[in-house]
Design a protein. Structure first.
Ligand code: XMP
Length: 319
């Protein structure tokens, strides 16, 4: 694709221009955007870039392994793997307001990046895979919406005290363009085609206060849901599919025992840019088979619902 080839060249030149001989830290979230940004920046400035994968304890099942093997194995780009589950979950403890959760997560990411920057003798820039829709949905500016819908962890969630400058090479792109750029840069198709995953991770899929116990339950249920979707060959028809662990317990019956466990909501949407979306029309049979599997295999969940809300008036994520 000649357009992407040209963009690739233009962007690498711009990055070299902006960064000079400075040092850059790039946070990888497990999603496509940050991976594409990292590979592009690495192409531009090589070893001036340090990639950091922060395990927040709010990642999906297998996420860390996939990112680490892509960067170290496929690209041979060095990657620092930071275990920060206790830090993130500690700061989120008891916090139930969605915007506060987002701000805490954004701020904690910066703390970790600054800590890692110190370890390499200082960094001048923080690189992020911010896309155009992240920018317009997070901040109000002339011509954009006048209210903040959600502070994206990497836009409105950034603290003002941060002393690194931002490098955001994807800021003018939409998701489909990022995927095309990823292909152009040789990212494996399975990685390029991954559903978007928000930086705040599972925290915004656990409405209300987050705990390790809830994150573990959600991770298991989410993995089963995605496994079902892949087995049916539906993954590529869907923009994004995930489970949400509701802060609601209901009464159920298992064998001849009463249960009193959490409710899980399943979400799947079609979209072209994430700005608007429709609920995906699974067959009822698929949904009931998936519900049965989740309730049988995940302790702590005894009821499963399906979210049929479009965006607008809903949003894709629940917080
Ligand atoms: P909403 O929920 O606003 O989401 O309809 C639109 C798209 O953006 C993703 N999303 C985020 N991505 N940081 C990100 O990198 C964030 O803070 C964030 N919040 C939402 C969401 O998963 C969907 O694809």
């Amino acid at each position: 694709d000649w357009t992407m080839a040209a963009f690739r060249e233009e962007m690498t030149a711009k990055i070299r221009d902006q960064v000079g001989d400075g040092r850059v830290i790039c946070g990888l979230s497990g999603g496509v955007d940050s991976a594409v940004a990292a590979v592009l920046i690495h192409e531009a400035i090589g070893s001036q870039l340090t990639c950091v994968f922060v395990d927040t304890g709010l990642m999906r099942a297998g996420e860390a392994e996939e990112v680490v093997s892509l960067f170290r194995g496929h690209y041979n780009i060095p990657l620092v793997h930071v275990e920060a589950e206790d830090l993130f979950l500690g700061k989120l403890d008891g916090v139930d307001d969605p915007e506060r959760k987002r701000k805490i997560i954004g701020g904690t990411f910066i703390d970790v990046f600054e800590e890692e920057a110190k370890k390499i003798g200082g960094a001048d820039f923080l690189a992020q895979g911010t896309l155009y829709p992240d920018v317009i949905e997070s901040v109000s500016f002339d011509g954009g919406p006048s209210v903040t819908i959600k502070s994206h962890h990497n836009v409105g969630g950034l603290p003002e005290r941060m002393n690194m400058k931002l490098v955001e090479p994807l800021r003018e792109l939409f998701k489909d363009e990022v995927r095309a750029l990823g292909r152009e840069l040789g990212l494996p198709e399975a990685f390029v085609g991954r559903h978007p995953f928000p930086g705040p991770g599972l925290a915004i899929r656990i409405p209300g206060a987050v705990s390790k116990e809830k994150a573990d339950i959600l991770r298991k249920a989410d993995a089963i849901y995605l496994d079902q979707i892949r087995k049916e060959g539906l993954y590529d028809e869907i923009w994004q599919a995930f489970a949400v662990l509701l802060p609601v317990r209901t009464v159920g019956v298992m064998g001849d025992e009463r249960t009193y466990d959490w409710v899980l909501a399943l979400r799947a949407v079609t979209s072209t840019d994430g700005m608007t979306a429709d609920s995906y029309a699974f067959s009822h049979d698929f949904l009931s088979r998936t519900a049965t599997r989740i309730i049988n295999e995940v302790r702590g969940i005894n009821r499963v619902t399906y979210d049929v809300t479009s965006k607008p008036p809903g949003t894709i994520e629940w917080e």
